[in-house]
Ligand binder design. Structure first.
Ligand SMILES: Nc1ncnc2c1ncn2[C@@H]1O[C@H](COP(=O)(O)OP(=O)(O)O)[C@@H](O)[C@H]1O
Ligand SMILES: [Mg+2]
Length: 228
């Protein structure tokens, strides 16, 4: 059976001409513009808390890059709350956790999607020890291998306030996008997230201010990209 991606969450695929899709294309362009002197091959998205819009942002950004003609690999490294499989309506029987636990080869878990140029690695079964698996060095090794096959690798992660998983992924990425639901998370926690990312020498590409209407004066502190 041919299954289609979750249309409500993957606006880039269902309505390319909407204002929101334009927002994701702007995000793609702003990333390129803000990092002209960096080689951006691997990018991660993270946030302070759950539910701020990481998965929505990275999935739509992946489609935006694929539509531009780049070969894209989207990896779900949120091993605690995997959700890429729901957005793209695929199974999550095997995935990244199997690779990290040496139960599968890399090629076995890469899925092509109905979206041209876009492949996926879902998170796989939820492991008992996500932080340990992510920090073993294996993640870096497999991502290095995938760099040979894909122009852009985008990685979804866990929120960084409670666990180290997102920081580990950020530290092996060339750049990180911090998604902020500003109506939901206190400013001091966002600042803390920024400091934690800086402590692992993550290169913060910018902040996606998700789901909020804001005036320009609020945008002075970070390099903000608004997606509403
Ligand atoms: N810009 C947005 N506009 C409307 N709904 C959004 C937006 N971003 C995220 N959502 C919704 O908010 C919920 C949480 O988003 P999600 O991307 O899963 O967050 P996270 O991955 O950070 O936990 C989802 O139901 C998603 O569809
Ligand atoms: Mg998520």
């Amino acid at each position: 059976m041919h299954r289609s991606a979750n249309k409500s969450k993957l606006i880039m695929n269902s309505n390319r001409r909407s204002a929101i899709s334009e927002g994701y294309r702007n995000l793609r362009a702003n990333i390129q513009f803000s990092s002209w002197n960096h080689n951006l091959h691997v990018m991660a998205v993270t946030s302070t808390q759950a539910g701020e819009g990481k998965t929505t942002t990275i999935s739509n950004l992946a489609v935006a890059y694929a539509q531009e003609g780049k070969s894209v690999l989207l990896i779900d490294a949120d091993l605690r709350h995997p959700s890429i499989q729901e957005i793209f309506d695929v199974t999550n029987r095997t995935g990244l956790s199997n690779i990290l636990a040496n139960q599968c080869s890399c090629d076995e878990v890469v899925r092509i999607t109905e979206i041209e140029n876009l492949s996926l690695v879902t998170a796989g079964p939820i492991p008992p020890n996500p932080t340990e698996l992510l920090s073993s060095g294996k993640l870096h090794e497999v991502v290095e291998g995938w760099k040979e096959d894909f122009d852009i690798i985008l990685i979804d992660t866990s929120p960084i306030m409670a666990v180290a998983d997102g920081l580990i992924v950020a530290s092996i990425s060339d750049g990180v996008i911090l998604v902020v639901n500003a109506g939901k998370v206190k400013r001091q926690y966002i600042q803390k997230s920024k400091e934690r990312l800086e402590s692992v020498k993550a290169h913060i590409l910018g902040v996606v201010l998700n789901n909020k209407k804001f005036n320009k004066s609020e945008a002075h502190q970070y390099n903000y990209y608004g997606i509403q």
